[in-house]
Design a binder for this molecule. Structure first.
Ligand SMILES: C[S@@+](CC[C@H](N)C(=O)[O-])C[C@H]1O[C@@H](n2cnc3c(N)ncnc32)[C@H](O)[C@@H]1O
Length: 250
């Protein structure tokens, strides 16, 4: 694959799709926004978020979002991170690794289906002493009760929603988990980008409406408690548009 393309200061990008053409200067804000938007669509099409590993554990995130979460956890220094949606556990390992360096904190991973080989790998990981697994649906009231009990007494609690990415499920997760987020901390709603990749070849037209972004925007319209912190979106392509929600400090 040729990578040494010529793109001098006069370079322009033309995108042709759906019978429309858009041309922008490559080295402009518009050019950068276009490249970021296209990088997201290509990454989703080629499933690039399935490539990274964190300390040996597969993590289903774009590298840009892994860096953003690393910055957020280091900055916030939470005592507890609750993540709905574990898969292989790569994000749990990321959060636990930073907590290990900080010298405090625990991670609770909730997943309706923790595959035996994933559980074995997580439980055998050098960071396992910072990780608790809960195998249950994130929206089952008994799960929320269990998680809430484990968060009791924790100073700073952060919540990450990355399980079922349907509108209805995420709206319900937001409703159930937002109260766990302590003032000044974050509710991270992953994969709102599903709304932005509905038109890719492997996308589904229904994703345009049925997605986490619609749920989180509705939530933001209903509350002044949370605001999106776009600082963590500045790496360009992100699966978390508007999704780093900071709970106001007071
Ligand atoms: C995108 S993956 C999670 C990726 C993981 N957070 C990471 O960063 O590597 C989604 C996970 O959500 C889980 N899931 C789906 N429905 C769920 C539900 N109702 N409750 C909890 N987990 C669910 C799936 O089993 C799957 O493991």
């Amino acid at each position: 694959m040729r990578r040494d393309v010529e793109a001098g200061s006069d370079a322009k990008l033309t995108l042709s799709s759906g019978g429309r053409e858009t041309t922008v200067d490559l080295y402009s804000e518009e050019g950068m926004a276009l490249v970021d938007a296209l990088r997201l669509k290509q990454a989703a099409e080629f499933k690039r978020m399935y490539e990274p590993r964190w300390l040996g554990v597969p993590i289903i995130q774009l590298p840009e979002d892994i860096v953003a979460m690393q910055e957020l956890i280091w900055h916030l220094q939470p005592d507890m991170v609750v993540e709905c949606g574990v898969a292989h556990g790569g994000s749990l390992a990321l959060y636990a690794a930073i907590m290990e360096l900080i010298g405090k904190g625990r991670v609770i991973g909730v997943d309706v289906d923790i595959r035996p080989h994933n559980r074995t790998a997580i439980e055998a990981h050098p960071l396992a002493h910072r990780i608790d697994l809960v195998e249950a649906s994130s929206i089952d009231p008994a799960t929320v009760e269990q998680v809430e009990r484990r968060c009791e007494g924790a100073g700073t609690v952060m919540v990450v929603l990355d399980s079922n990415h349907s509108y209805a499920h995420v709206a319900e997760e937001i409703r159930l988990y937002e109260r766990l987020v302590t003032p000044g901390s974050y509710l991270v709603v992953m994969d709102g980008a599903q709304a932005l990749v509905a038109d890719i070849p492997r996308g589904k037209p229904e994703w345009a409406e049925d997605n986490p972004l619609t749920a989180l925007r509705e939530f933001l319209a209903s509350t002044s408690e949370f605001e999106p912190d776009r600082h963590f979106e500045r790496f360009g392509a992100t699966c978390v548009p508007d999704g780093f929600l900071r709970r106001r400090a007071s």
